[in-house]
Design a protein around this ligand. Structure first.
Ligand SMILES: NC(=O)c1ccc[n+]([C@@H]2O[C@H](COP(=O)([O-])OP(=O)(O)OC[C@H]3O[C@@H](n4cnc5c(N)ncnc54)[C@H](OP(=O)(O)O)[C@@H]3O)[C@@H](O)[C@H]2O)c1
Length: 274
């Protein structure tokens, strides 16, 4: 796989495509998915404490023999740990579960109470070189401003929901203007929304001779965001990675952009109950 990278504020390079593992079952299913992804050339895995499968991701990485420094590992601090002021032990638990002594990127999963204190802990871990880059997830601009006001330190990446039916482009553009990289979750619409059978994507699929998923993922690559599709099927893991050998025209990029109807698959970060 010919991979492309984005450069974070501090110079760290993040592979633009990664495998998401939310919903992959701990054990054989996750291990197999990670092994197939490594075989296909993925070198970026998006994990979280809340997904309950860090042990399997770590185990698959070790079994693969791929050197740790060739893999980009993202982890996330879960809300209960942020609220309880337990970011530091939660971070060490992530390292233990993944079987590594550093993370490439650590994110605060959602903007819950206690986020400023949790952020200052991530800043310390970054200074101690236990994590190569730090960021957030599901933060609106006002949440980011809270962190910056409290600590003076700007997150390097914000991972947010974005797909053709809710492209979140205004936030993506604002983050871009402020030097904050963007990662997009549920890029294919997540496990429930039938995004990939959208007639417009079918037309583009036929035009380019690519699957609807490849069309959407290529749109993300050309929008300069990090994209982390999840699959536990080898054929999909492989085909989702075959997006670096074709280009969507500007007009087709705009067409996909025009599918936006503001339909979220997850909650608005200003209104969630977990
Ligand atoms: N930061 C956050 O709050 C947050 C929230 C949600 C997700 N995430 C991250 O983002 C990742 C991706 O988001 P997501 O898992 O919600 O959704 P997604 O990647 O948009 O979609 C995953 C779904 O699409 C299916 N799929 C994958 N490739 C396909 C293909 N080529 N054709 C047809 N169907 C395909 C998968 O099924 P199979 O697995 O059965 O193939 C699964 O049901 C997560 O895994 C997680 O790492 C982060």
């Amino acid at each position: 796989m010919k991979q492309t990278y984005l450069t974070l504020q501090n110079g760290v390079e993040i592979p633009q495509l990664g495998l998401g593992v939310y919903g992959a079952k701990e054990g054989a299913q996750t291990e197999q998915a990670v092994a197939w992804a490594l075989e296909a050339g993925y070198r970026h895995f998006d994990t979280a404490a809340a997904y309950g499968n860090e042990n399997s991701v770590g185990s698959a990485l070790r079994k693969s023999g791929v050197p740790r420094n060739e893999v980009f590992l993202t982890g996330k601090i879960w809300n209960s740990h942020i609220r309880a002021g337990l970011t530091l032990p939660a971070f060490y638990q992530i390292l233990e579960n993944l079987g590594t002594d550093y993370l490439d990127l650590c994110l605060l999963h959602w903007p819950v109470e206690g986020k400023e204190k949790a952020w200052s802990v991530l800043v310390q871990l970054y200074e101690q070189k236990l994590v190569r880059a730090i960021g957030v997830s599901n933060f609106h601009v006002h949440h980011l401003n809270d962190l910056i006001q409290a600590t003076g330190v700007k997150p390097m990446l914000d991972q947010i929901e974005s797909h053709p039916l809710m492209n979140n482009q205004t936030l993506i553009d604002t983050l871009g203007r402020n030097g904050i990289a963007v990662g997009v979750w549920s890029p294919l619409g997540g496990p429930k929304m039938p995004l990939l059978s959208h007639p417009a994507l079918k037309i583009l699929s036929e035009k380019y001779g690519r699957t609807p998923a490849q069309i959407v993922l290529r749109w993300d690559i050309q929008r300069n965001v990090v994209v982390i599709p999840k699959s536990v099927h080898q054929d999909r893991i492989v085909s989702n990675s075959q997006i670096f050998d074709f280009e969507l025209s500007e007009k087709d990029m705009e067409m996909i952009q025009s599918l936006n109807v503001g339909f979220r698959v997850g909650p608005n970060p200003d209104n969630f109950d977990f």
